[in-house]
Design a protein around this ligand. Structure first.
Ligand code: G1P
Ligand code: ZN
Length: 544
């Protein structure tokens, strides 16, 4: 019999689960009833049946095992038939998506705060993914949020902790808990998608790599696939053991937090390719010898070449990118005669397009790339697709980039983040932009003339749902663009993101410094938005 724990809703501040679910400090999650209230709200909305299957796994950060034990007891209390959990409580986010799909589960609890730091004083998160393997759509997250505001009890059973480290099945009341190898299913999928034989061949001929797992979840996956199945030398994967605090680092694969890798790749000792992934394994960083590839370019370059990978040959139906992602992918779509979709920020907006077969590959400027093989972005997948393309084409990362720019032109791109700013200032900045939108077209900022300015609104072509207020876009006559939006994933104050882009046609200035090329756009962004006045910051905290 389930035990019923009554709760007052007041200690729990309901939080609208956004693109990344509920994300808070560990200390907040450790409050009595906190995680339980959220999980019960999920179960109340989902309504498990007596044959329902739930996948549970996380990125191994501090508090992961505790919440998994809570979730298992509550799944038993709520009448689930089966819980599938990764050994050690581990499942990368893309692997969780795959496991949900492969085992026909009703959904899954994915425990992670992605690229945010981990540890007792750092971040934790829970999100619910639906049966297609992707993050729950807004209709579901909205219902979960509403439920968190009225919840008055949660259901559990009393039972000792499950041994999460032992593979196999155990019973918790009527619930079967199945502990699975977190890597094997995912590694098998990768081997089906890509030409592992071709990659093994270049490895044998001396092609080298470094993969920085950032002491996060991709360590075991990368070691098994790159060193195990593909034959890269032992030591190719560095920081390969998942740690609860990620070794005290931000497991965010950008040029700041993966600086060591970047420095190596710009040095004489660089291997052929360097790559990294984030806390939960859904983001990727790709650096060739002496050549950093922006995530926006990576999407375009992968899309242009994806058909060399066996599972994608002859079946690219469309490309999707988030609105702030550069338009490089649009040019590829145009050349290939397939549609390009522009969605709001957040992976969940790709789900319908992938389910409907309208898009095959999608990506975001924030280092997320993926395809219809799962319903999450997938860091290692992107790395393996790069390897497959380089192996099939017999060229280097830098050669591929130049070949691409010579054909399509280059979209110089940067994102400036102003982190932890005061919410009032951030709101004032965005409101100021909105009110001034109509007056912008025709205005001149140095060499740039505004052609169009709007607040991005998206109508989902599959279900017709509308998502408004997804960022301010300012387009210029020369093809440049500035986008302003507030982050939906920060845990402190507000974060302003300014996305800057400039297009240079084929055989133009293709080898210039991004900072130099974007100087007019940076100046225009300040003039248009008054960033210094509203944020009190004279420079961004992070440039990616
Ligand atoms: C950020 C990224 C976005 C990504 C999300 C989850 O969201 O910008 O592309 O989908 O993290 O990884 P933001 O903080 O900008 O709302
Ligand atoms: Zn992530």
């Amino acid at each position: 019999m389930p035990e019923i724990v009554t709760v007052e809703t007041s200690p729990f501040e309901g939080q609208a689960p956004g693109t990344s679910g509920l994300r808070k400090k560990v200390k907040v999650f450790q409050q009595p009833n906190y995680a339980e209230n959220f999980i019960q709200s999920v179960f109340d909305v989902v309504g498990p049946q007596s044959d329902s299957v739930l996948v549970i796994g996380g990125d191994g950060r501090f508090h992961n095992r505790t919440v998994i034990q809570q979730a298992i007891r509550m799944a038993a209390g709520n009448g689930y038939a089966r819980v599938i959990v990764g050994q050690g409580g581990i499942l990368s986010t893309p692997a969780a998506s795959h496991v949900i799909r492969k085992y026909g589960a009703d959904g899954g609890l994915v425990l992670s705060a992605s690229h945010n730091p981990g540890g007792p004083d750092e971040d934790f998160g829970i999100k619910y993914n639906i049966a297609n393997g992707g993050p729950a759509p807004e209709s579901v997250t909205g219902a979960i949020y509403d439920r968190t505001k009225t919840i008055d009890r949660w259901l559990t059973v009393e039972t000792p902790d499950i041994d999460l480290d032992r593979l196999g099945e155990v019973n918790v009341g009527d619930l079967v808990v199945q502990v699975i190898d977190p890597v094997a299913d995912y590694a098998d999928l990768m081997e089906e998608l890509f030409d592992f034989a071709a990659i093994r061949k270049i490895v044998t001929s001396g092609f080298t790599m470094r993969f920085d797992a950032m002491s996060a979840v991709t360590g075991p996956y990368a070691t098994a696939i790159l060193e195990g199945r593909l034959g890269f030398a032992p030591g190719t994967v560095v920081n390969g053991i998942p740690l609860e605090d990620f070794g005290g680092h931000h497991p965010d694969p950008n040029l700041i937090h993966a600086k060591e890798l970047y420095d190596l790749m710009m040095s004489d000792a660089a291997p052929d390719i360097g790559a990294a992934s984030d806390g939960d394994g859904d983001r990727n960083l790709i650096i060739g010898r002496g050549r950093f590839i922006t995530p926006s370019d990576s999407l375009a370059m992968l899309a242009a070449n994806i058909q060399v990978a066996p599972a994608y040959h002859g079946r690219l139906t469309g490309i999707a990118r988030s609105m702030p992602t550069s338009a490089a992918a649009d040019r590829v779509a145009e050349a290939l005669g397939v549609p390009c979709f522009e969605t709001p920020t957040g992976w969940k907006f790709f789900g319908n397009l992938l389910d409907a077969g309208m898009a095959t590959i999608c990506g975001e400027e924030s280092a997320g790339t993926g395809s219809d093989h799962v319903r999450e972005k997938d860091g290692l997948w992107a790395v393996l697709l790069w390897l497959n393309i380089l192996a099939a084409r017999g060229i280097s990362v830098d050669q591929l980039a130049h070949e691409h720019w010579d054909r399509f032109g280059r979209n110089y791109y940067a994102r400036h983040d102003y982190e932890g700013i005061e919410t009032a200032g951030a709101d004032a900045l965005m409101n100021g932009l909105k009110t001034g939108l109509a007056t912008l077209p025709g205005q001149v900022f140095g060499p740039l003339t505004v052609s169009v300015a709007d607040s991005f609104s998206y109508t989902d072509p599959v279900d017709g749902s509308v998502s408004a207020n997804q960022g301010i876009r300012v387009l210029f006559e020369d093809g440049s663009r500035i986008v302003f939006r507030l982050s939906g994933t920060g845990t402190q104050g507000a974060t302003l993101r300014v996305y800057l882009e400039r297009y240079e046609p084929p055989f133009g200035r293709l080898d210039a410094e991004t900072g130099d090329m974007l100087a007019p756009q940076i100046a225009a962004a300040e003039q248009i938005a008054g960033i210094v006045a509203h944020t009190g910051r004279t420079a961004p905290d992070v440039v990616t």
